[in-house]
Write a protein that binds this ligand. Structure first.
Ligand code: ZN
Length: 341
């Protein structure tokens, strides 16, 4: 497996996260990158530094004002009197409050959905590097069949114009748009335990990118306000979004059945390329997960996705610190390679 990564991924290392009334250590830590990278390298996969394709592939998915905000926010923190070492909002725009303020205090709450995406000195470098890894994996998938992007921070909760759920730039969407730009339809299969809400939002009115997400039921799980089975697309995109929800606690059998159903829809779409949003947080061992997928489950998922035979860019999404994390990644990559032969 070709593995694309960017050393700047470690430059975003958030400290705190405000959850359910308590301030806790942030689950999406920079060490995730080193753990996943070292596990892949030790398993014999080739690591490639992602080349820099600049802002164009990012702007192909994200709002120009939002991208400018992400690039400039740290440098403008002086405009927020009394702010600490992280640029973070405590007040967020609601849909009924839609004016765009000029000042930084308001912009932070306009462009972020929650307190999980603090902006630090190295945040832009990290998310830019992550996006470049996804672009490189998309190119390599079309050229060589398959590739993996060690993108971190993750991306699938980021909308075209907002951060949220630990995510800033939607790496999976950027990879899909990169494939799309070369012609033909594209599909995204998101197997992170959380609904890929940002990805759904970006492509919701489009028929050229089919989005399929397999995730824990959002009725009582993040992202709560979207991710239900009756969200099937809008306008030209009607029928081109699928949400396959599973009861909290579900294990390998229903998870793999949902992935199979998703793959059937994807093959019927006849895409020229597939992006797999690979969250490893469906694992039974994940500290913030809600499903009980085993290592054998990840191997079976990888094999069935590989057997679909599509050019495939696998993009890292969630999966948090636990003993099983590196083993689940290596198991997935090895099983994918083995099924492709
Ligand atoms: Zn997740």
């Amino acid at each position: 497996m070709r593995i694309f990564h960017h050393a700047d991924a470690v430059r975003h290392d958030p400290e705190r996260y405000f959850r359910r009334g308590a301030i806790i250590p942030h689950p999406e830590q920079a060490v995730r990158y080193r753990i996943l990278r070292d596990a892949a390298a030790n398993a014999g996969h080739g690591l490639i530094d992602a080349p820099d394709h600049g802002l164009d592939p990012i702007r192909a998915v994200h709002d120009a004002g939002y991208v400018a905000f992400l690039r400039e926010a740290w440098g403008r923190r002086g405009e927020m009197p009394g702010s600490g070492e992280e640029v973070m909002a405590g007040i967020f725009a609601r849909p009924q409050m839609h004016r765009r303020p000029e000042g930084m205090l308001g912009l932070v709450g306009l462009y972020t959905a929650d307190t999980s995406t603090p902006i630090r000195a190295g945040t832009w470098a990290a998310v830019h590097g992550s996006a470049q890894a996804a672009v490189a994996a998309a190119d390599a998938a079309l050229a060589h069949g398959h590739a993996y992007a060690l993108s971190r921070p993750p991306g699938h909760h980021a909308y075209a114009d907002s951060a949220g759920g630990f995510c800033f730039l939607n790496n999976s969407a950027i990879a899909a748009e990169r494939m799309r730009a070369t012609g033909g339809r594209v599909a995204i299969l998101d197997i992170d335990v959380h609904h890929g809400n940002g990805t759904q939002g970006i492509f919701y009115a489009r028929s050229d990118v089919l989005t399929v997400s397999v995730h824990a039921d959002p009725a009582d799980y993040f992202p709560f306000y979207t991710g239900y089975a009756d969200e099937t697309g809008a306008g030209e995109g009607a029928g081109f979004n699928r949400n396959l929800t599973l009861p909290l606690g579900s294990g390998d059998t229903p998870w793999l059945a949902a992935i199979k159903a998703g793959l059937s829809a994807i093959l019927a779409h006849r895409p020229r390329g597939l992006v797999v949003a690979l969250g490893l947080d469906a694992s039974a061992d994940d500290p913030i997960g809600a499903l009980t997928v085993t290592r054998a489950g990840f191997a079976a998922a990888a094999a069935s996705i590989a057997r679909a035979g599509l050019p495939t860019a696998i993009v890292q999404e969630g999966g948090y610190l636990c003993e099983a994390l590196p083993h689940n990644l290596v198991t997935f990559l090895d099983a994918f390679d083995a099924a492709r032969g």
